[in-house]
Design a protein around this ligand. Structure first.
Ligand SMILES: NC(=O)c1ccc[n+]([C@@H]2O[C@H](COP(=O)([O-])OP(=O)(O)OC[C@H]3O[C@@H](n4cnc5c(N)ncnc54)[C@H](O)[C@@H]3O)[C@@H](O)[C@H]2O)c1
Length: 439
């Protein structure tokens, strides 16, 4: 697709469907409502706050992104959720401990109105969790059909013009792609025979794609990152994106590593450790869920630093990531990084980062931007993997044969140039020769 696309208008209601209604999802919903009521700013969201430069620096054209491309406004959003724990939005947000009561209490009626639908959930895939707000069905295909019915009912009851789905559910155990994930036929046969290699998050992704709903995956488990669903998304004109919201320590890593590499400084070691005490931390205390997360976190440095091209700088890199469940800290995680770097003539230096971070505060604006940008992509006729949304992910989903781009600044440029392309403007190269007389 190279010509400027035609964009359908962002009219009517946009339903945002959230499998998983825990810390991230409730912080997102509460923040949108707080912004609508004018009691909090949507800080961290590009769709709400960021501008975009168009044309030359001398033209002084820098509209807000949301004034440049047609995005749904916050007032157009309605929310639906599924969770094996039946808590409504208020109780779930209170339990998550991210937001203070001074923010939650004025939003209580609204938050209580969002009640999670019974989930497609099985403890085999998230072992540290129990919940009884769960669907039953003879096969996984029956469960997928029940989700599709939920989606249609939600669309009708809430008079939605369009829907998007963002997986905010727990991290599932580590699974590899296999024959059942290769084609839609094999996947549907697997649903009928309840193949154990099909996890709940894949069933949601399947339901979304078959209902024509853009889908983003905020966790590191495969979900829509399987050939069968990627192909089905292209055939049905559905945009998809993943995996694993880029917040906290990995966000810092993809800010720092490109800077050190840009100056050709060596890195011998990067040791990252975290303590966190929320439900996500409890789930990640299970080694099989942690393995899914670990794979997602480890790939980042290798792709940014390209040790095969710079063996003298990064050939010896030792990279370690640990997550420790520590209940007293709740959602207020602490992440330490020790980075051993080398400079001129091989002299060593150290950088220490101690990030006292609020994970869900960083993740909530990502959910908002993904929902609005995926809806834009859908109205623009963009289908399949949306690599321009890599900016938001730890482990970006890319087309077969491509390596993922992890450098936050490259991702940012790609996102903005894609928006310029959607809006019929030239991409920015930052070459800038036109400002100088080179004759
Ligand atoms: N908080 C962050 O900054 C961050 C960053 C990157 C990724 N993530 C990922 O986002 C996800 C959500 O994080 P969180 O902090 O909100 O966790 P959380 O534990 O507070 O919420 C997850 C919710 O998902 C529900 N759930 C589990 N399986 C489900 C299923 N099959 N269907 C529907 N709901 C299901 C759980 O009951 C829980 O309420 C996790 O996978 C986490 O790893 C979070």
């Amino acid at each position: 697709m190279t010509d400027q696309p035609e964009i359908k208008p962002a009219e009517g209601r946009l339903g945002v469907l959230l499998p998983g209604f825990g810390a991230v999802a409730t912080t997102f919903v509460a923040g949108v409502e707080a912004a609508r009521q004018g009691i909090a700013e949507p800080i961290g969201s590009l769709t709400q706050l960021n501008t975009i430069r168009l044309g030359k620096r001398t033209e002084e054209r820098t509209p807000l992104i949301r004034d440049f491309v047609p995005l749904a406004s916050l007032d157009q959003l309605v929310f639906g959720a599924w969770d094996p724990i039946a808590d409504d939005g208020y109780d779930s947000a209170l339990g998550a401990g991210v937001l203070d009561r001074r923010h939650l209490d004025p939003l209580e009626d609204f938050l209580r109105s969002v009640k999670p639908m019974p989930a497609v959930f099985h403890k085999d895939y998230v072992r540290r969790l129990d919940g009884n707000n769960v669907k039953s069905g003879a096969t996984k295909m029956e469960l997928a059909e029940a989700l599709r019915e939920d989606i249609r009912r939600f669309r009708e009851e809430n008079e939605c013009d369009r829907l998007v789905m963002v997986w905010c559910g727990s991290t599932e155990i580590f699974l590899r792609t296999g024959p059942v994930h290769e084609t839609l036929e094999a996947f549907e046969e697997g649903l009928r025979s309840s193949d154990p290699n099909i996890s709940p998050s894949m069933i949601y992704a399947y339901a979304a794609v078959l209902e024509g709903i853009p889908y983003a995956n905020g966790a590191p488990n495969l979900s829509v990152d399987i050939p069968a669903l990627e192909q089905a998304a292209i055939e049905r004109g559905v945009p998809v994106a993943g995996k694993d919201f880029k917040t906290g320590q990995t966000l810092m890593k993809t800010i720092l590593a490109p800077g050190l590499k840009a100056r050709m400084l060596g890195i011998d070691g990067w040791f990252s450790t975290n303590i966190l005490g929320n439900r996500d931390g409890a789930v990640l205390d299970d080694p099989d869920s942690f393995k899914t997360k670990e794979e997602s976190k480890l790939g980042v440095l290798e792709h940014i630093l390209q040790p095969e091209m710079y063996p003298e700088l990064y050939g010896k890199l030792y990279h370690k990531v640990r997550i420790n469940y520590y209940p007293p800290r709740g959602d207020n995680k602490e992440g330490w990084d020790n980075i051993d770097i080398t400079g001129w003539m091989g002299y060593g230096m150290q950088i220490k980062v101690d990030f006292l971070c609020r994970d869900s505060i960083l993740a909530a604006p990502i959910v908002l931007d993904l929902a609005l940008f995926l809806d834009l992509a859908g109205r623009t006729g963009m289908k399949g993997i949306q690599e321009w949304l890599s900016f938001y992910f730890k482990s970006p989903q890319v087309a077969e044969g491509l390596y993922p781009e992890h450098d936050l600044f490259i991702q940012h440029k790609k996102l903005k140039n894609t928006l310029r392309w959607i809006g019929g403007e030239e991409p920015l190269t930052h070459l800038g020769t036109e400002y100088y007389d080179y004759e």
